[in-house]
Design a protein around this ligand. Structure first.
Ligand code: FAD
Length: 308
């Protein structure tokens, strides 16, 4: 691999890097090389170079929806993330690099009086990860405001795709099937009141602080299972946490892995444990729900690498 070209583009390369350092669960073994890309240009250079040398790769963002295997990942990992928001504004329209943190984007939008993503305040991870999984909260999701995206294909070519092509659905998009990378996105917001949006942001932070663990101090990947699909067209999704709690899963634990006491659908680490422990615990939790309700919960957290 032409590492000089990657370094010249500004990519940061780390060999044998433990992925535990780059996931909010703080779990996961090493990858042969981690290629840190902050800008669209750096990511295009990295993908082009990997394609030229015929190497497979895995892409991650903030690692906040991932459980990475203890043995790690046997291929290069690209991390597309920046803590310097890359946002261009033209009225109500924002062009944003997908490496930008979603919460930085929410703070920017609130500060300049743009409404439409205030329900997404405090969701960890990047805009790219949010678009791939159609992240959302309080009945709103990022797909609602995406107008179009620039996609990066595995040979380094880019192309434009409009919203319809992404087939946004509950916590999913077509990107989970195609594996294409979101390089950047155009979001269409509405003008709102900056003071009110900033107040809403503060309320959202308050609610989340009381309901959810703080991933900076308590390792987790948020909700482990998807909420349960409605049984009729008129119905709403039902919280997976309710079924888990009724099935008695709050008392379960494998080493340091256990459900969060205030939210049965969130698995946290409060002591040493492996990624395999977390997966085994989740399987026990799902089995308890299956026995009590005859319901198969579906995992929301994505697995990376080989598990038993
Ligand atoms: C405390 C906590 C609270 C959470 N609350 C919520 C919530 O309220 N709502 C919610 O929806 N989620 C929530 N999550 C889950 C998580 O934050 C979201 O799923 C987030 O959008 C994942 O983004 P990421 O950048 O971390 O993606 P990663 O976890 O790094 O990756 C997830 C998937 O997205 C893909 N991906 C990442 N970047 C790109 C890109 N640029 N292009 C294409 N694919 C990409 C990866 O390949 C992978 O398949 C929470 C997580 C935590 C830890």
């Amino acid at each position: 691999m032409n590492t000089a070209a990657l370094l010249a583009a500004g990519c940061v390369l780390r060999e044998h890097e433990p992925l535990a350092r780059h996931t909010t669960f703080q779990l996961g073994g090493p990858c042969p090389i981690l290629m840190d890309c902050a800008t669209p240009g750096q990511l295009v250079t990295a993908i082009t170079e990997l394609h030229r040398t015929g190497r497979d790769h895995v892409l991650i963002g903030g690692g906040s929806n991932l459980l990475v295997a203890d043995a790690g990942v046997p291929m290069p990992v690209l991390r597309y993330l920046t803590t310097q928001p890359l946002i261009q504004q033209a009225g109500d329209v924002l062009d944003v690099a997908a490496s930008t943190l979603l919460d930085d984007l929410c703070a920017y939008a609130a500060g300049c009086g743009l409404a439409g993503i205030e329900a997404l305040n405090c969701i960890p991870g990047t805009l790219g990860g949010a678009i791939a999984g159609n992240a959302g909260a309080f009945g709103k999701q990022i797909g609602d405001v995406v107008e179009s995206v620039t996609l990066l294909e595995c040979d380094g070519r880019t192309r434009h795709a409009d919203r319809a092509e992404l087939r946004f659905a509950y916590r999913s998009s077509s990107l989970h099937e195609t594996g294409e990378i979101v390089l950047a996105a155009r979001l269409h917001l509405q003008s709102g009141d900056a003071g009110q949006l900033t107040q809403q942001r503060a309320e959202c932070i308050h609610i989340r602080t009381h309901k959810h663990p703080d991933w900076r101090t308590t390792p987790t990947a948020g909700s482990f299972f998807r909420n349960v699909a409605p049984t009729s067209a008129a119905g709403r999704r039902q919280a997976a946490g309710w079924f888990l709690e009724q099935a008695g899963t709050l008392a379960m634990r494998i080493n340091g892995a256990r459900p969060y006491e205030k939210h049965a659908n969130i698995i946290i680490r409060d002591g040493p444990c492996s990624a395999q422990d977390v997966l085994d615990l989740s399987r026990q939790m799902a089995a308890a729900v299956a026995v009590k309700f005859g319901l198969q919960l579906e995992r929301e957290v994505r697995l990376l690498g080989a598990f038993a």
